[in-house]
Design a protein around this ligand. Structure first.
Ligand code: PPE
Length: 321
């Protein structure tokens, strides 16, 4: 399956991979009552470091607040320690990190207050999300026929598990139609984001991205805006129409899993020259350098995991506690 690891952290314990299971009647499974994050840990000259871990965990806690969870037993600092512990116990120097808060421990029913939030953190070695070749050559996309949800139906600032069938349907249709990814429009018809990435376009040398009202406030999006401005580019957050994408000089997507990837084609129209444009390349290169802790200016975003510990000792601790 490619997602194997030695341990998954669940509710305070590191449990062996195959024992990290949940019951069939867990409310989260039936109603999509969960919230997750996607985070990456990269190898740096000072050892493994999680990229912008605090911001990701803050968004995780924000997601359950938006969902309406009133009490959650772990603080951001405790979750941060748990992420570090899970990476160390598995001995990975580069990995994807998937924390999930899920409503469990309670009867089925639509009242959130009837069940209690549980939490797990899995880590695994996840390579290029859209394929190695995509990082170099760019991806082919289509505009999805599924619309992004109205902000008052599903909450667009939260990574709630129940939001994701919208992305899944659009992505699946795109892949079945022979594309790599789909661009989704918001309920007004403006460009929103992709199924798992935010989107940028370059026109007349300026960089544009949709405002955050109807999209996920991507942490990679924020990183790219910071980097691009530091490189001297003007970055504008404003509504973008579908036809503005067709005539863009460059377009690229970004997200934790996907990183930064250019668009070669959209709806059978070549974007720019059809090859990754110079601004996309520059942003992609700096992003790659900074997540690997090689840009002093951005080193504060690297959350160093620290020394490896003997995972067999940790397992003993969890089994006896
Ligand atoms: N929009 C959506 C809908 C989204 O799911 C993501 C992350 C982003 C934008 C970019 O956000 P950020 O990672 O903070 O820059 N998608 C995650 C899940 C992907 C998956 O297949 O699962 C991710 O990139 O980890």
């Amino acid at each position: 399956m490619g997602m194997e690891s030695k341990f998954i952290w669940m509710n305070g314990d590191l449990v062996p991979f195959e024992k990290a299971t949940v019951h069939f009647l867990t409310p989260a499974l039936h109603y999509g009552l969960g919230a997750f994050e996607g985070i990456r840990c990269y190898n740096t000259p000072k050892g493994p470091a999680v990229f912008r871990l605090t911001e990701h965990l803050q968004r995780l806690l924000d997601s359950i607040r938006i969902l309406g969870v009133l009490e959650f037993p772990y603080s951001l600092e405790q979750l941060r320690a748990a992420v570090h512990e899970t990476i160390r116990a598995n001995g990975f120097s580069e990995c994807y990190i998937r924390p999930l808060i899920y409503m469990g421990n309670g009867p089925l029913g639509l009242n959130l207050d009837a069940s209690k939030p549980l939490v797990g953190i899995a880590v695994w070695e996840w390579g290029a999300y859209l394929g190695e070749e995509a990082l170099e050559k760019g991806i082919r996309m289509m505009v999805a026929s599924f619309t992004r949800p109205h902000p008052n139906t599903i909450m667009t600032k939260a990574k709630i598990t129940g939001n994701y069938p919208n992305s899944v349907m659009a992505k699946t249709l795109a892949v079945r139609a022979g594309f790599d990814e789909a661009i989704m429009l918001d309920p007004q018809g403006y460009v929103a984001e992709c199924t798992g990435e935010n989107l940028f376009v370059v026109r007349h040398g300026k960089i544009y991205t949709p405002p955050t009202a109807t999209v996920l406030e991507g942490i990679t999006r924020d990183t790219v805006i910071t980097v691009a401005r530091d490189l001297g580019y003007e970055v504008l957050e404003q509504p973008i129409s579908r036809d503005q994408l067709y005539i863009a000089e460059e377009a690229f997507v970004c997200g934790t899993a996907a990183e930064c990837i250019g668009l070669s084609e959209l709806d059978f129209r070549r974007i720019g020259t059809g090859k990754m444009g110079p601004i996309t390349r520059e942003v992609q290169r700096v992003y790659h350098e900074l997540v690997h802790g090689r840009v002093a200016k951005y080193e504060a975003w690297c959350d160093y995991v620290g020394e490896k510990v003997d995972s067999s000792a940790l397992l003993k601790v969890s089994q006896t506690s």
